[in-house]
Design a protein around this ligand. Structure first.
Ligand code: ADP
Ligand code: MG
Length: 562
C-alpha cells in the first residue's frame, strides 16, 4: 500500500505513460491489487486489474463445478451492482475514473470475470486510470485505489456476502443442470415448468414481460420431476420425436420456441425461464441466405442442381434461403445436434413444403429441393434427432408429427388426436420425395491454410458486439446464430478460434472433434485464453462447440479436405 501511495505521489502531474510504473502487485490489508495491463493513454482501452482475497467461503458453496460457476455468477452480479453504488465514475479525460466488470445478463454462464480457487477469490476489472488531458491525476487515482477498490474487494469476502442468497443461487443452478441431465431418461427434448414466463419485455430486453400469461401445462403432457434442492416440480414435457407447435398468428408460438432455444442455458431467479430446460444439444435452425458454405453434403435435401453441380460436397459463396437452411441442418448434425428447433417465420417456404399442385407443375427432376417434411421422420428414426417445429400454415405436417401442441391465447393445448384425425380424413395429395432414408452424416476436416487469425503478420482477432468477429482479415457474421446470448461468448469464440488454429486445426481433426475438444477445455474455465500477462482474461463466457463450429463454418476462407 505504501509503495503504491509513493508511486502515485511521484507520478502525479506527470505525463500519462508514467502510470506504467504501477505494473505489478500491491498488498493491502485484506487483498492484493494486481495491475496486469496499463493503458497507453486516457482514450485507449482501459487498464486491466485484479482484486484477490483469501478464499473464505464455506467449501460446499464451491465444491462442484456447477456450484463454482453459480458462486462466481453471484459475486460478479454483486460487484457489478456495487460499481454503480461506490464508484464515482468519470473523473477526467477519456475513460478516466471508469470501473467495469463483465456483468452477465439473464443467463448464468461460466465466465472469467471472477475466478474461484481453493485458496483465493479474484475479480477481474477494467479501469480507466484518471488523467486531465495527458497528465496523471494522482489524487483521483488515490481515491480510486484506496477507497473504491477496497470497497469492491471487500465484497469477495464471505463475511460480507449474503450466504443464504448465494446458496439459493447455487442450488438453483444445480437443479437446472440436474433437470437438463435427466431429459434423456425422461424421454424429453425439453421441459417447461408450470407457471414459467416465456415472453420477453421487448426485442431488445431479455427480461420477462410484465403481466404475461404464465405457462399452463396440459394434462396429457404433464411431467413431474424431483429436483435435488427444490423438490418436486411439474411441467410440460416435450417428448422426443417430431413436435409441431401450431395455432393462430400472435398466439405465442414463436415465443415458446424462443424459450426452448434459450433453455440450453441456466437462468437467474425471477427470469421466468428458470425451469425451461432444453437438451444441451438443441440447435436453432433457420434460413440464412447469403452465407458461405464449404463442401457440405446437403444431398439429403438438395439434388439435381442445374448443370449437375454436386450437392455431396456443396460449396457456394452465397447460399439461397433453402440451401443455407439445408447446410445449417447438416452442419448441426455433423457436430452432434440432438434436437432441431425450426420456426416457419425464419425458414424458407420451399424448404418446408412442396404441395401436390407444385409437384405436378414442377416435376421432381426439375426441383432440386426435397422439403423438410419428407426428412423430419427419417432424422428421428435413423439418427435419433428430434425436431420441434412451429407451423401455422401447413397442415401436411400433421402426417409426420408425434405430438401436436396448439397455442391458444398463449395457452398450450394438446391437439395430436384432432390433427391425426384430420390427416386421416384428407389423405395427403402430395407424394413423399427424396427416398426412404436420410443417409450418413460425414465429418469434414478443416485445413490449417483456411484459418488465419493474422493480418499484416500480427494476430488480429476482435469481437464486435454479439454478432461479429474480426478474424485476421475476415469478418465473421454471427447475426443468424440465434443461441448466442452474451457478447462475452462472441469474444470467447474469437479467441477459441485463434486457439484452435494454433493447436487443433491440423488437417486431421474433424470440425466435430475440434468442437468437442474446445468444449472439454472449457470445463476448467477459459483462463487458458489469456496468452500474455497483459491480456485480461476477464471478459469471456463459455460457448458450446456448436456455436464455435457455426463461427468456423461462416469463416469465408474456411477450406476442408476433399
Ligand atoms: P406467433 O408466433 O404465434 O405469431 P408470438 O410468439 O410472436 O406469436 O407472440 C405474439 C405476441 O404475444 C408477442 O408480442 C409476445 O410477446 C406476446 N406473448 C407471447 N406469449 C405471451 C404470454 N404468455 N403472455 C403475454 N404475452 C405473450
Ligand atoms: Mg411466429
Amino acid at each position: 500500500m505504501q509503495a503504491l501511495k509513493s508511486i502515485l505521489k511521484r507520478i502525479d502531474g506527470k505525463s500519462y505513460p508514467a502510470y506504467k510504473d504501477l505494473r505489478g502487485s500491491f498488498r493491502f490489508p485484506f487483498f492484493f491489487l494486481y495491475f496486469d495491463h496499463i493503458q497507453g493513454d486516457p482514450f485507449a482501452s482501459p487498464s486491466r486489474i485484479r482484486l484477490r482475497v483469501a478464499q473464505s467461503f464455506p467449501k460446499e458453496l464451491y465444491a462442484t463445478r456447477d456450484r463454482k460457476v453459480a458462486l462466481a455468477d453471484f459475486l460478479v452480479r454483486r460487484i457489478a451492482r456495487a460499481i454503480g453504488e461506490v464508484v464515482r465514475g468519470r473523473r477526467g479525460t477519456g475513460q478516466s475514473g471508469l470501473v467495469y466488470i463483465d456483468a452477465p445478463g439473464q443467463q448464468i454462464l461460466p465466465r472469467t470475470a471472477i475466478a474461484i480457487g481453493e485458496d483465493f477469490v479474484e475479480a477481474r476489472l477494467s479501469l480507466g486510470l484518471p488523467a486531465s488531458g495527458r497528465k496523471v491525476l494522482g489524487r483521483e487515482a488515490e481515491e480510486m485505489f484506496f477507497q473504491e477498490l477496497p470497497s469492491l474487494a471487500r465484497l469477495l469476502l464471505a463475511e460480507n456476502v449474503d450466504l443464504r442468497a448465494a446458496r439459493k443461487h447455487t442450488e438453483l443452478v444445480e437443479d437446472q443442470e440436474y433437470l437438463r441431465s435427466q431429459l434423456p431418461k425422461l424421454g424429453l427434448a425439453a421441459f417447461l415448468a408450470e407457471g414459467s414466463i416465456l415472453p420477453r419485455e421487448s426485442g431488445v430486453s431479455d427480461r420477462p414481460l410484465p403481466g404475461a400469461v404464465p405457462l399452463e401445462v396440459p394434462r396429457e403432457l404433464a411431467v413431474s420431476v424431483e429436483l435435488p434442492n427444490r423438490g418436486r416440480i411439474v411441467g410440460l414435457g416435450i417428448p422426443l420425436g417430431v413436435t409441431l407447435i401450431v395455432g393462430g398468428g400472435y398466439h405465442g408460438k414463436s415465443t415458446l420456441l424462443r424459450a426452448l432455444e434459450r433453455g440450453i442455458y441456466n437462468h437467474i431467479a425471477g427470469d421466468g425461464r428458470e425451469f425451461v430446460i432444453t437438451d444441451p444439444k438443441a440447435v436453432k435452425i433457420r434460413a440464412e441466405d447469403g452465407r458461405r458454405v464449404e463442401k457440405v453434403d446437403i444431398s439429403p435435401f438438395i439434388n439435381n442442381l442445374p448443370f449437375g453441380k454436386s450437392t455431396e460436397q456443396f460449396s457456394t459463396e452465397q447460399a439461397s434461403g433453402s440451401t443455407s437452411e439445408a447446410a445449417n441442418i447438416i452442419e448441426a448434425l455433423e457436430c452432434g445436434a440432438k434436437v432441431l428447433l425450426l420456426d416457419e417465420d425464419t425458414s424458407a417456404t420451399n424448404f418446408m413444403i412442396r404441395d401436390s399442385r407444385m409437384q405436378e407443375l414442377v416435376v421432381k427432376e426439375k426441383e432440386p429441393i426435397t422439403p423438410f417434411i419428407d426428412k423430419v421422420r427419417q432424422l428421428y428414426e435413423e439418427h435419433q434427432v428430434s425436431t420441434v417445429l412451429v407451423v401455422g400454415g401447413c397442415g401436411d405436417y400433421f402426417q409426420v408429427a408425434d405430438t401436436v401442441l396448439m397455442m391458444d391465447e398463449y395457452r398450450p393445448k394438446v391437439a395430436t388426436r384432432e390433427a391425426k384425425a384430420i390427416a386421416a380424413k384428407y389423405p395427403l395429395a402430395r407424394k413423399p420425395e427424396g427416398g426412404t432414408c436420410f443417409g450418413a452424416i460425414s465429418e469434414r476436416v478443416p485445413l490449417p491454410a483456411g484459418i488465419d487469425p493474422t493480418r499484416g503478420g500480427k494476430v488480429k482477432v476482435k469481437a464486435r458486439r454479439l454478432d461479429e468477429i474480426q478474424f485476421g482479415s475476415q469478418e465473421i457474421d454471427l447475426s443468424r446464430i440465434e443461441q448466442l446470448v452474451d457478447p462475452s461468448q462472441t469474444r470467447a469464440i474469437g479467441a477459441l478460434l485463434a486457439y484452435a488454429s494454433r493447436k487443433l486445426v491440423d488437417g486431421r481433426r474433424s470440425i466435430r472433434q475440434i468442437a468437442e475438444e474446445i468444449e472439454k477445455l472449457q470445463q476448467n474455465g477459459l483462463d487458458f485464453l489469456a496468452r500474455s500477462p497483459g491480456e485480461h482474461p476477464g471478459d469471456y463466457a463459455a460457448v458450446r462447440g456448436l456455436e464455435l463450429a457455426a463461427a468456423l463454418n461462416r469463416l469465408r476462407t474456411l477450406k476442408v479436405k476433399e
